[in-house]
Write a protein that binds this ligand. Sequence first.
Ligand code: C2E
Ligand code: CA
Ligand code: CA
Ligand code: CA
Length: 277
Amino acid sequence: AKKSGRNRFSFFTAGMRDAAWARMKLIDELRHALPQRQLDVYYQPIVELARGATVKAEALLRWHHPQAGLMLPDSFIGLAEETGLIGEIGDWVLGQAAALAREWAARQGGPFQISVNKSPVEFMSKTPVRNWDTYLARDAPGQQCLSVEITEGVLLNDSPWVRDKLASLHNCGVELTIDDFGTGYASLAYLKKFKVDYLKIDQSFVQDMDSGGDSRVFAETIIVMAHKLGLKVIAEGVETAEQRDWLKAAGCDYAQGYLFSAAVPAADFMALLGAAP
Ligand code: C2E
Ligand code: CA
Ligand code: CA
Ligand code: CA
């Protein structure tokens, strides 16, 4: 930068300074987002394909930012992970989901499960289990009304603290879903070892399906393999009736996507139950 002259150098540093300042401001705002009740959890229905009934939902975090408006997780989860705020935020999401799963199960008169995303950071930190077990034993007494979604990378990191946290969730009846399946290592060895319950086929494969070819072969293979191992399969990002019909014919158990509904606020979710296309 020195050789590029005084003006370019100062332009560069000013840009850097602005970016660093914007980042620090966002971190500060994120720190206050939870106490100031700006965070919200939206729910996307998950449909059982054989019956066309909504039997589960995925919890998806939202931030009602006072200036920027509705912010999607991809724009702030990374910051939450870097700053460690994800611990407190993740616990809060789990608590919200646990309470609602029980409420919706009661109102539907049958089992209802909510699936919560957990960041690798929440598993990989060496800090002891964030008392998930005591807290879940109170909120969700073994009704399998909760599932936790993690990516394959978490299981490949075969460390004692990851195993402890998975075991404590399992002991409370929380099921385990492998998210974005097929985009990572897709190693099979860990599926049995960690008592995985669901594989979620990544939306990139679902959206490629219409053009035929490899994505269909891939999805079929996952479904057959998962069933042989005693696991259930969820397809995400289902946007068309053709994708739904193909997945149903291939034996896929569950689907979610804009065809059924985008994620909606908790208050609007009840209206969606029983109205799957
Ligand atoms: P994900 O877990 O893979 O979630 C699926 C994303 O696809 C969601 O985006 C969802 O709104 C979107 N989606 C659903 N149906 C369709 C569809 O038919 N077509 C398309 N194109 N997209 C669809 P969202 O809500 O923006 O979340 C992005 C990511 O943020 C999630 O990806 C997840 O990794 C992360 N995330 C969300 N909530 C939480 C949370 O509470 N904790 C943590 N650690 N991560 C979260
Ligand atoms: Ca997910
Ligand atoms: Ca996913
Ligand atoms: Ca994803």
